[in-house]
Design a protein around this ligand. Sequence first.
Ligand SMILES: Cc1cc2nc3c(=O)[nH]c(=O)nc-3n(C[C@H](O)[C@H](O)[C@H](O)COP(=O)(O)OP(=O)(O)OC[C@H]3O[C@@H](n4cnc5c(N)ncnc54)[C@H](O)[C@@H]3O)c2cc1C
Length: 473
Amino acid sequence: MKEIDPAIYGSSWFAATMSGSRSRPRLTIDIDVDVCVVGGGLAGLTVAREVAQRGWSVVILETRRIACNASGRNTGFVLPGFAQGMDKIAARIGLDHARELWALSRRGLDYVHRTIRDGKLAGVRDGEGWLAVSKHDEPERIAADVDLLAGSFGANVEVWPVERVRATLKSEQYFQAVSYRDAFLIHPLNYALALANAAEADGARIFEETPALSMDPAGVRKRITTPGARIRAAHVVLAGNTHLGALMPRLAATLLPISTYIITTAPLGERLAGAVTYGGGVSDTDWADNHYRIVGGDRLMLSGRMTTWSGNPKRYVKGLAGDIARLYPQLGPVEIEYAWTGMLGNAVHRMPQIGEMSPGLWVASGFGGHGLNTTAMAGELIARAIVEGDDTWRLFAPYQLVWAGGLFGRAGAQTRYWTNQARDGLARKRDAWPVTLPQFAGAAMVNATMRFLSSIAQRLGAIAASLTGRRAN
Ligand SMILES: Cc1cc2nc3c(=O)[nH]c(=O)nc-3n(C[C@H](O)[C@H](O)[C@H](O)COP(=O)(O)OP(=O)(O)OC[C@H]3O[C@@H](n4cnc5c(N)ncnc54)[C@H](O)[C@@H]3O)c2cc1C
């Protein structure tokens, strides 16, 4: 495996192929600005760029380096929508309201598209389309998904029947798919680095290795303390994702930290065409497992597994390579050259946290595994709210800041994931019938135990949440 300085961007294929990375200074003198953004990921960068374009003074404080966390380590699928499904969103807030949110999510996707096109960012957009593939033969369910998305939300989606799916994803495990024709793929790290340059060109100032240590958000001028200097600002935007921690523990406690793991193979040459010829992104679960794409012409990049702690990515290489082998045995043994991890933040409702917590104190986080369009959307919404008084962000008001359940929440999420994995394994064994009775019974017992543990963890989380009644705002 290739070793890149993992301290900053992880040993990732994106880090190995990044361009335009440069370090920025620490903040060493006290300053006074209109807007202080905490966090130099995609959310913070987009807010700052949009504020600067509107002529206000703005700084970004970043604990380490720009895009060193999720924003520079993700798989680069730019999709419409949210981590939460549109059916669930509509069921909760009504169809008309859900349509407005869908349109905003599309605006986020368009924002990324325009930024790449107008900035002439070479090599950043490197794939088209997204297939959400089913591992079960369920034409009615796929047709219903497409009807809902196209009919109710005007999404540019279509059904791919089994034959079409298997012509480009040559795996017997796959059946029908929903094809998202407007989705596209990017090199996320190079996109984020270019966004930082664009924000600076518009007048934003970025300080790296400058953590915001404490904050007094009361009053007209808010005060933020960093190791070397203090800042006074009329507005503060908290865009620190799961890393905010001690700066505002109540807010940090509303996010469930989820680490997922990514591998990239060595060049596969002509072998790849015998397995995958689709140039877009592919996902075959709603969960963490099996999101993949081609990079560098003939390598496969695949993400999967999840832990509610940050694990060593090398430990997951074998399992993830096994996923590739199960999907595409025709590839034979593949060498893995890169393995890394990234941490995303999920709110309980799986929707972003966007809004004003108290006068002049804003939050932009909780984008989950669906952050490329939604960070762009949030950045624009919050900048418009701050500078122009626009209140479109209130469309997210139904999705409040809810305590994520602490240790119970983490235990519940982890157990639910393991349960799903065990169920998947069980289904595979059933498909590979005949299995021996002890094998089947063993898998069924694991499944039942996982479900039992999961329900206990969920209940404890719910009880704890109702006892504390904790809301962060
Ligand atoms: C493995 C993986 C794959 C993914 N794949 C996709 C995908 O294909 N498509 C998609 O749409 N989304 C994907 N996502 C999700 C997406 O990457 C995230 O939702 C998005 O990048 C979040 O951006 P952010 O700016 O909110 O957070 P981050 O990128 O985490 O940035 C927050 C920054 O704030 C800084 N910070 C925190 N506290 C402080 C402080 N007190 N002072 C100063 N700085 C601070 C942190 O150091 C950090 O750099 C994926 C995520 C992961 C982890």
